[in-house]
Design a protein around this ligand. Structure first.
Ligand SMILES: [Zn+2]
Length: 120
């Protein structure tokens, strides 16, 4: 159990549920844009390239959204298991301020910056 109080936990859970809904809607609304560009469309070469470029942007955004959604689902599971608010790496407190800014955050600031340094 983290040191977050019940009210803080509830606020963060609400944020997670709201975020999940928003991202799910985003994915639904962008699904048309991610369809493969049809080469039979009677559009010019340039506009086809535009369409393909825009499509790859839409797909990149969808991947980002999907990744975040996965983290939100995981955070909600941790919430259910009373593990929410603790770093999944070192089990230290993540901290309320950090969770308010990023309720799906799985790592404390130390572990997060360690990972970023390693990946850089
Ligand atoms: Zn940690």
């Amino acid at each position: 159990m983290s040191e977050l109080n019940q009210q803080q936990l509830t606020v963060l859970q609400q944020s997670l549920l709201k975020l999940r809904k928003e991202l799910q809607e985003l994915l639904e609304n962008s699904s048309d844009g991610a369809q493969p560009v049809s080469l039979d469309e009677p559009i010019g070469r340039l506009s086809r390239m535009d369409a393909m470029q825009q499509q790859s942007m839409v797909q990149a955004n969808r991947r980002t959204t999907q990744t975040r959604l996965t983290r939100i689902e995981a955070a909600l599971r941790r919430h259910t298991n009373d593990e929410y608010g603790l770093c999944v790496e070192c089990e230290e407190e993540i901290g309320y301020a950090r969770l308010q800014a990023q309720p799906e955050a799985p790592f404390c600031i130390d572990c997060q910056s360690n990972k970023e340094t390693r990946n850089a």
